[in-house]
Design a protein. Structure first.
Length: 127
């Protein structure tokens, strides 16, 4: 998980009712989706989930990966970003889970996009 600070993105609930109360990050997710596309990542639409705003990314294998953006409960203008993938249960049970490499690559691109933006401050990796 990456954590950082930025005053560029609105630090308020998105007002859509599509995420849990107090969850914000839609503008961050839309911005990050644009940055990923510019970096050659096939970022698709931004989706609301209970826990944050997700950028859908399709890997070459057609597996779905998501980059989640959400405000941090630690205070205003603090953000968290993490990535996860969907892999079929059967693939995992049969030992054919191939999610680690594409996910690691995606996480690296996300981190680079954040590092390159001067409005992102105090970028750090957390567990």
């Amino acid at each position: 998980m990456l954590a950082f600070e930025s005053v560029v993105f609105p630090d308020a609930p998105d007002g859509t009712g599509k995420t849990n109360s107090g969850i914000h990050g839609r503008d961050l997710a839309n911005w990050l989706a644009d940055q990923l596309r510019e970096a050659g990542v096939p970022a698709q639409k931004v989706l609301p989930e209970d826990f944050g705003w997700c950028v859908l990314v399709k890997a070459e294998s057609q597996q779905s990966m998501y980059v989640v953006c959400a405000g941090s409960p630690e205070g205003p203008n603090k953000w968290k970003v993490f990535a996860f993938t969907e892999e079929g249960v059967i693939s995992k049970l049969m030992g054919k889970d191939k999610t680690a490499d594409p996910l690691t690559e995606l996480f690296g691109v996300v981190k680079q996009c954040l590092l390159e933006d001067p409005t992102i401050e105090n970028l750090r990796q957390e567990q």
